[in-house]
Design a protein around this ligand. Structure first.
Ligand code: B16
Ligand code: MG
Length: 213
């Protein structure tokens, strides 16, 4: 086999919490009269909460904001976002994703999460994947956001597998860049696949089964 482990991004790959992020940021931006659309939203994929806020504030024209005010805004967005997460259930784990994960595991591959999100444990619990992965590296154990490779390098370390034997799966261009910077091959879906950011650009995660062979 070409790989010993697969490291999955969470938002936009395992489940579609990206739409909840968009709605929560949109509500905050509308309230502050900041232009915000799906093109800007695509730049937030894989990017940490505070770095996402800075991207949204590029078009802000109101009075200067203190660091405390920025943290308050990010917390407000996160509260809205978590209200959507609270409604999630195992039905929000797409069947093709669960079947693909199970097939990859049956092939003997180690499976990990590499997500920028501090809400990762909550999301995994909501969709019924608590305890499923061999390692979880997320926004709670990193100091640098994607495109820095830290989150994927830490996942590989937790698994005890060399980066060159790990395949990263991403929906964000920033995440694909992070995987490459960590010395890993990258398979993309969604926005990153449309941008040709991966070594493989997939129409479905099911393609991973033949890519990993
Ligand atoms: P949180 P991923 C990323 O998750 C999201 O794509 C990105 O939009 C979000 O800002 C980031 O997590 C931080 O999330 O506010 O929950 O800590 O794609 O790396 O799984
Ligand atoms: Mg993502």
């Amino acid at each position: 086999m070409k790989f010993d482990a697969i490291i999955f991004d969470l938002d936009g790959v395992i489940c579609f919490t990206d739409e909840y992020h968009y709605k929560a940021w949109k509500s905050l931006a509308d309230e502050m009269n900041i232009p915000f659309d799906r093109t800007v939203n695509n730049r937030l994929r894989g990017v940490s909460r505070m770095a996402s806020l800075e991207i949204i504030l590029e078009k802000y024209t109101g009075p200067a904001l203190s660091e405390e005010e920025k943290v308050r805004l990010a917390t407000k967005k996160n509260d809205l976002y978590r209200a959507s997460l609270a409604e999630m259930s195992p039905a929000d784990l797409p069947v093709e994703v669960k079947e693909t994960l199970d097939a990859l595991r049956a092939m003997g591959l180690k499976l990990a999460i590499g997500s920028s999100s501090k809400n990762t444990p909550f999301i995994l619990g909501q969709i019924g994947l608590d305890g499923y992965f061999d390692a979880v590296s997320d926004g709670n154990n990193i100091t640098r956001s994607k495109p820095d490779p830290e989150v994927f390098v830490k996942a590989a370390e937790m698994l005890g597998i060399a980066p060159s034997r790990c395949l990263v799966v991403e929906d964000a261009v920033s995440g694909a860049d992070a995987g490459h910077a960590g010395g890993m091959k990258v398979a993309c879906v969604g926005d990153a696949a449309k941008n040709g950011a991966g070594d493989w650009n997939m129409a479905s995660v099911r393609e991973l089964i033949s890519i990993a062979k």
